[in-house]
Design a protein around this ligand. Structure first.
Ligand code: AMP
Ligand code: GLY
Length: 421
């Protein structure tokens, strides 16, 4: 099969890496890709949000399967557009992607399906939202969410009720564009977070290993939220993974099918786990980033027929892949200043000094005119190590992270540590 990966981050490099290992992969393309994906195939200079452009290059390159990485093109209807042109695509339709692109849609599906989740109310005016905050009282701090997609920035967890009122004003004043025209005010939950991803074809689901990402920039979860500073898999605090998928993913996709919205693609549930009690905080309609960079290296076998079956809405060939039962730790190396402003164009040193056993997934990287690999984004690389134990994987990952440098590079030093102390 001729494959096109849409997107240019670490998740897309990891997907390209895994699918390029398939005996059925004849050609690999990425749009727009990064320096890492050029080692596996050809990058096409089309932005992932350019729906017509992606459809055109898929046709021009006689692509057999398009795999869509990011959420924005899914919510904009890329899979619908590709399907109209007769091109097979892995990922949900625009309607099915609402599980991610509308927090309120997701909540209603969970409500109907009896899936445990953070309760909440929908508000369409600032006035009604302020009134609700007053009813809640000053000590009852909620979580505020722009209903639509806001590039991962639409969730506000206020420290004080005044901050909640301010956030409401900002959201309705357009701080998140049209995503904030409707706002969900949600019960605040506490506990440990985990990510649960399953490949879905209608009501057929195939669970992937569970994982945990680290969103804050600094050690001990201090500082600003980022796109993800690292991830480990599997977590030790979740209980039986089968229960997670049977009590969350299965009822949700069955409910969607009953409502006439068949899901094909990947369902990612963000979970909060507190003393064994599990609640869903959010759904994503795509592979997690950076979760994918730790989860795919834990999967043995051929992922390509699995994604192709999901794209066709056919039964998933369950025996095509298996979980290795090992552990993975992935550490992000980011540009100095990220998630604020940062410089790009720094040459990256040490990429050829890493152990063969380690996988380097590129995110914000490019190749300059002299053929050097340079930084081109906030999150630059993810270094993933797989071993029999989490402690071993962590040791190998950090040993290799230290060999890679560029001007201003930064990484967290505590990925997976909480499971080991
Ligand atoms: P989301 O985009 O929904 O995953 O939210 C981003 C982050 O906000 C989550 O990873 C949590 O850390 C936090 N969060 C979201 N919803 C809640 C909630 N109901 N209670 C507590 N924290 C939350
Ligand atoms: N790691 C969180 C996400 O992919 O949205």
């Amino acid at each position: 099969m001729r494959i096109l990966i849409v997107g240019g981050g670490g998740r897309e490099h990891a997907l390209a890496w895994k699918l390029a290992q398939s005996p059925s992969c004849e050609a690999m393309y990425a749009a727009p890709g990064n320096a890492g994906t050029t080692e596996l195939g050809e990058n096409l200079a089309v932005h992932d949000s350019d729906i017509d452009g992606i459809c055109d290059v898929a046709q021009d390159h006689r692509i057999d399967l398009v795999v869509v990485g990011p959420e924005a093109p899914l919510a904009a209807g890329l899979v619908d557009a590709l399907t109209e042109r007769g091109i097979l695509a892995f990922g949900p339709t625009r309607d099915a992607a609402q599980i991610e692109s509308s927090k309120w849609f997701a909540k209603q599906v969970m409500q109907s399906a009896g899936v445990p989740h953070a309760g909440g109310e929908l508000f369409e005016t600032a006035q009604a939202a302020h009134k609700w905050l007053e009813i809640l009282g000053p000590d009852d701090l909620p979580v505020l969410k722009a209903d639509g997609l806001a590039a991962g920035k639409g969730v506000i967890v206020p420290d004080h009720i005044d901050d909640a009122h301010d956030a409401i004003d900002q959201m309705f004043a357009g701080a998140f564009g049209s995503a904030g025209e409707r706002v969900v005010i949600e019960d605040r939950l506490s506990g440990m977070e985990a990510s649960a991803m399953a490949i879905v074809s209608g009501t057929d689901i195939l669970p992937l290993p569970l994982s945990c990402d680290y969103k804050r920039i600094m050690d001990n979860d201090q500082g600003s939220n980022t796109g993800g500073m690292g991830v480990y898999a599997p977590p030790g605090f979740v209980g039986d993974p089968e229960d997670v998928f049977a009590s969350i993913h299965q009822p949700v996709v069955e409910q969607m099918a009953a409502d006439g919205i068949e899901f094909r693609g990947l369902v990612y549930a963000g979970l909060m786990i507190d003393d064994g009690a599990m609640n869903v905080l959010e759904f994503n309609a795509r592979f997690g980033d950076p979760e994918t960079q730790a989860v795919l290296p834990l999967i043995d076998g051929d992922l390509l027929p699995v994604l192709a079956a999901s794209a066709r809405g056919a039964a998933i060939p369950r025996d095509a892949i298996s979980h290795s039962g090992r552990a993975a730790v992935s550490v992000a190396i980011v540009s100095g200043g990220y998630p604020g402003p940062y410089d790009t164009g720094m040459p990256i040193y040490g990429l050829d000094a890493v152990d063969d056993a380690v996988d380097i997934f590129h995110a914000g990287t490019a190749i300059d005119d002299d053929g050097r690999t340079i930084t081109a984004g906030g999150r630059v690389l993810a270094v993933t190590a797989v071993a029999d134990t989490l402690a071993e994987a962590r040791g190998i990952a950090y040993d290799n992270v230290r060999r890679i440098t560029f001007d201003g590079s930064f990484h967290r030093t505590d990925i997976a540590l909480r499971e080991l102390t």
